[in-house]
Structure formats: structure tokens, C-alpha cells
Design a protein around this ligand. Structure first.
Ligand code: GLC
Length: 410
């Protein structure tokens, strides 16, 4: 069996970490299979995939295609950038068609909207295509249309949560759609292991003993809620013994999709909390950073498709506060293994942070329950158990009725 994965970006965001986990899981379950990865951009994912014994081919996107993005932009602007990218994209699709023809895949498995569409048109006719959808398509004016146009050339869509699977069903009603929750490396994301020195990383003096560390770990995408987090901190009583951290940096090339750390520093200063917040910048292995926290905050202002960091925080036995919308709420049970706040509601978030800073027992209880949940639901070997039967079915090696039941949306 030869499975070819395709991903637009090279840096390690949540979608890339999840793809790497998927490939590692399939690799461990089927050591003799040939796995290949085609990347639209060079970056750390290429090296990591090679280390996971995956043949890796970098075929860089033309610049206009790399920067093309319609999240949050209106239809007119999206159409304009699409037109600008069109010529290069058509040439790129022919190049991809040649690469795929040479690789002779039995299965194509794409990660990311641009690759879903490109692979639909560049795939060898006999290779079934699986779209692994990790974001909401219905809110993307351009992608929504392109996916609908291409859906007939795709065999199955996988959503990273039921919420995302339901969304893709709305956009492509004819397409068979399944849900496969992400999973993570539970040995790396564990309560045991070294803790990073977040103060040193942020250029701050060591915090006094007894300080409770509260952090938001995310890419700098606008909707990840950094401003909500900072506004919540600004509402906390001055004498509350906490220190906060913004963990992460700008990652992706897509135009206008991210904040800058300088903007966030300026906001912290304007809110009068500059001395309470450290900015670590990008961290390649977040497990040691998450372990160094007492409270992990997830504050996305829009429904979070899955929210890998929530699973990572629970797996590290941290107390997690999560923004209650989208796939994120499918991962947790309010009050038992995490606390929640409504998206964008900095006042409620402040109250939750204050509760946790004051109550070590509550933190410990949530952390223990979180680890148990992670072991039950996010063990990485599950990914292979879910996708391999699908690969076998699509290539005619397994009758549909023998495939373990996945959570289908219909
Ligand atoms: C995307 C989603 C995020 C999810 C990740 C992995 O980055 O925005 O919610 O955790 O993919 O599936």
C-alpha cells in the first residue's frame, strides 16, 4: 500500500502536528507500507516527516497561492486574490499531477483546503482521495465554492470533530463524511517531564515562589483570542499571585491572517499589565511549556474546529479553561476535566482564571481528570485503527461492513 499525504504548509501548526501524528500512527501500525508526503512549502514538517520514515517531496507553491486566504475576507477580496493566484495555480496543478503520477499512490490523503482542491484536480484517476478537514469551510467564501465544485472528485471527507464534519456536510451534502478526533503523543504530552523556564524565555526575572502560571498557547491567528486573554488578565485583582504567558509566534504565510507579537505587547502595555505578561515567542516543542503552566487558557473567539492544545493541556495534567464553542466542547466535560467561558467573554474568563489561581485543589482535580480523559480519548494508536480500515475499504481490500464504525454524521 502506498499512501500519499499532501499538506500546503511547512511550519508546525496544529494541522501539521496532527498530520505528523497520523503518519506516525499509520507507520507504527503498518511498518511495510510506503508513506509519502508532498508539501507546498519547505519547513520543519519536512524534516520531521523524514524522521518518521515518510518519503518527503517539497514542491513549493507559487507565492500568490501561498498567500491566498479567504478566512475573514469578503467575497470580492477573496475573488480578487484568487484571480491573481489563478495562473500560477494552474501551472502548479500540472506539476502536482506529474509528481502524483510518478508516486503512483493507492490512496491520497490531503490536509488543508488548498491541497484538498489541488489534489482533486491533479489526482491520478484511480487513486481515491480523502479530504482531512480541520477548519470550517462554510465561513470561507472562496474555499466553500471550490470545495463544492471539487467534491465529486473526492471519496470521503474526515472532520477533526463532529462539529467540523457537520459543517463539511453542509457544504458538500453528497460527500460521505466521517469524524476522526485528533490524537497526540501521550508520552510527550505527559505530566512527567522537564518544564521550560518560561520566565527566561520571555526575558523576565524569575517569578516569586507561589506564583501561579497562566498561559495561552496558540498560533497568532486573529481568532485565537489573545486580546480576550489580555483583557481578562487586566480585570484580575492586582494582588492575585499569578504570572501570565503568551506562548507562540507567527507561523503561516497567508496574508493578513495573524497578529504580531509587537501588537500584543502594545495591547498589554495599554491595559496596564505589561509587567504581568511574558511573551515567549515560537516554541517548537510545546510540551515542556505547557507543563510549566498551572493553568492553560484556550480563548478562541470563533468556534474552534478541534483545539489540539486543549487535548495537550489535559494530557499534561494541567487545569484547562476552554472557549465553549465548536469542536472544542466535544473534547471536555465542563467542571469535571476543564472549565469553560463563552467565546470572547473576557469577564467570565477572568472569573475562571481567578478561581483557579486561588484554588490549588481545583487545579489538581481538573488536571487529574484531564489526564484520564486524554488517555481514554487521545491515544495516538487510535488514528491508525480508524483510518487504516478506511484505506482498505477505498482500495477494495475490505468490505464496508467490516470497517469499525466511525462517528458518521449521517
Ligand atoms: C486546525 C484547527 C484546530 C485543530 C488543528 C488540528 O489548526 O484550527 O482547531 O486543533 O487543525 O486538527
Amino acid at each position: 500500500m502506498r499512501v500519499v499525504y499532501l499538506n500546503p504548509c511547512g511550519p508546525m501548526g496544529g494541522a501539521e502536528m496532527s498530520l505528523l501524528d497520523l503518519m506516525a500512527s499509520v507507520r507504527a501500525a503498518e511498518p511495510s507500507w510506503q508513506l509519502a508526503l508532498v508539501l507546498g512549502e519547505d519547513g520543519p514538517l519536512a524534516e520531521k516527516a523524514k524522521a518518521a520514515v515518510v518519503q518527503t517531496i517539497v514542491a513549493p507553491f507559487p507565492r500568490a497561492l501561498a498567500r491566498l486566504g479567504d478566512s475573514g475576507s469578503g467575497p470580492a477580496r477573496a475573488l480578487w486574490s484568487a484571480l491573481r493566484a489563478a495562473f500560477g495555480t494552474i501551472r502548479y496543478a500540472s506539476k502536482l499531477r506529474r509528481i502524483l503520477a510518478e508516486l503512483q499512490p493507492d490512496i491520497l490523503h490531503t490536509n488543508g483546503f488548498k491541497m484538498h482542491v489541488l489534489a482533486a484536480w491533479a489526482r491520478p484517476e484511480n487513486a481515491p482521495l480523502i479530504w482531512h478537514v480541520r477548519d470550517y469551510a462554510s465561513t470561507r467564501s472562496l474555499m466553500r465554492r471550490l470545495l463544492r465544485l471539487s467534491a465529486g472528485r473526492c471519496s470521503v471527507a474526515i472532520g477533526n470533530s463532529l462539529s467540523v464534519a457537520t459543517d463539511i456536510q453542509k457544504v458538500c451534502p453528497q460527500l460521505e463524511t466521517l469524524c476522526v478526533y485528533n490524537a497526540i503523543d501521550l508520552k510527550r504530552y505527559s505530566p512527567l517531564g522537564e518544564k521550560m523556564d518560561l520566565d527566561a524565555l520571555s526575558g523576565l526575572a524569575p517569578a516569586p515562589a507561589g506564583t501561579v502560571r497562566v498561559g495561552l498557547a496558540a498560533t497568532l491567528a486573529h481568532w485565537k483570542g489573545h486580546a480576550v486573554f489580555l483583557r481578562a488578565l487586566a480585570r484580575l485583582p492586582q494582588d492575585l499571585p499569578y504570572r501570565a504567558y503568551v506562548i507562540g509566534g507567527a507561523l503561516y504565510q497567508t496574508a493578513n491572517s495573524q497578529r504580531t507579537l509587537d501588537e500584543l505587547r502594545a495591547l498589554a502595555a495599554a491595559l496596564g499589565i505589561a509587567d504581568k505578561v511574558g511573551f515567549t515567542g515560537y516554541i517548537a516543542d510545546t510540551s515542556g511549556a505547557i507543563r510549566a503552566l498551572d493553568v492553560l487558557v484556550h480563548a478562541s473567539t470563533q468556534p474552534e474546529p478541534f483545539g489540539r492544545v486543549i487535548a495537550e493541556g489535559m494530557a499534561c495534567g494541567r487545569a484547562v479553561i476552554c472557549s465553549a464553542a465548536g469542536g472544542a466542547i466535544e473534547l471536555i466535560e465542563e467542571g469535571r476535566n476543564a472549565l469553560t467561558h463563552p467565546p470572547g467573554d473576557h469577564e467570565t474568563l477572568a472569573a475562571r482564571i481567578a478561581d483557579l489561581v486561588r484554588d490549588p485543589e481545583l487545579r489538581a482535580r481538573l488536571g487529574r481528570a484531564g489526564r484520564i480523559t486524554a488517555e481514554r480519548r487521545f491515544e495516538r494508536s487510535r488514528l491508525a485503527e480508524e483510518v487504516i480500515p478506511l484505506y482498505l475499504r477505498l482500495t477494495g481490500h475490505l468490505a464496508p461492513q467490516t470497517e469499525p464504525r466511525l462517528a458518521a454524521t449521517r
